[in-house]
Design a protein around this ligand. Structure first.
Ligand code: DQA
Length: 146
């Protein structure tokens, strides 16, 4: 089983970006932990980060036939991007949306996710561990178990 973790804008700044909200780990450290967890589950994990909405749309499109599942932290595009939602809806590859922070406990404009409705489900609010939970949830979903 192969999955892609796709990270949106400003997530390359993790470690120094608002650590009270997002923690002290860098994106590289978080993704290394997801990879290690994937090894335990027998899931190959690739990851990618871009600040560019178009690059994220392209990556979602490239998932077809190349990976079994997608974990997506669309970051700020969660709340704005019809393009990402359309890309997810056009894709046969199941996606789990993930957020480090609990967006429902933050500003009102973060309470809406345009992308979430095109995903299998959402996990948020558990810090870096949200990604591990998303991997567990996606692997479970892909296994077809109930
Ligand atoms: C985020 C939440 C978004 O509202 C925000 O724009 C981010 C990060 C999170 O992981 O908590 O950039 O997606």
């Amino acid at each position: 089983m192969k999955i892609l973790v796709l990270n949106g804008p400003n997530l390359h700044l993790l470690g120094t970006r608002e650590p009270a909200l997002y923690g002290a780990q860098t994106l590289e450290e978080m993704m290394a932990a997801v990879r290690r967890h994937g090894d335990q589950l027998g899931v190959a994990v690739e990851w990618f980060q871009s600040n560019d909405e178009g690059a994220l749309v392209t990556k979602i499109g490239e998932c077809r036939g190349t990976v079994d599942g997608l974990i997506l932290n669309p970051a700020a595009y969660t709340h704005t991007s019809v393009a990402l939602r359309d890309a997810l809806q056009a894709s046969p590859v199941p996606c789990v949306e993930v957020h480090i922070s609990n967006t429902l406990a933050r500003e009102g404009f973060r309470h809406t996710s345009l992308t979430g409705a095109a995903c299998v489900g959402q996990i948020m609010g558990f810090g870096a561990y949200s990604y591990i939970l998303a991997l567990e949830a996606l692997a479970h979903h892909l296994s077809g178990r109930t």
